[in-house]
Design a protein around this ligand. Sequence first.
Ligand code: HEC
Length: 107
Amino acid sequence: MKKEWMALAAVGAMLPGAALAATAAEMQALADKSGCFSCHGMQSKLVGPGFAEVAARYKGDSQAAASLAKKIREGGKGAWGRIPMPPHGNLGEDDARKLAEWVLGGG
Ligand code: HEC
């Protein structure tokens, strides 16, 4: 799986908007390092919803980044099913916010 993400990031780097693609690669690395991918796929559900599913659900919701950042740090349940997401209090607010925005941007 990891290889596929790296390949995707590499393809992204060749597209116009390379600055954005670099950020995407950094965000993938941060999410990977933070353990998000043990429970989330980029597209489809593992333990938690796929990040693309999350992006689709909150499309157009200007409050979503703040509330998802909070949920990432503090954990929570009930939005997608009965399995809760554990808290990630070790993530700084900045990183949690960046991850939330990255997820909302479709990963
Ligand atoms: C132990 C498994 C697990 C890990 C690790 C995990 N998640 Fe989750 N995540 C879940 C589950 C389960 C849900 C669904 C919770 C619900 O139904 O409200 C979820 C939900 C979410 C949501 C949507 C929340 C909502 O209210 O719609 C986002 C965004 C998210 N996770 C991001 C992350 C990020 C970023 C990380 C890494 C820092 C991460 N998750 C790590 C299990 C996990």
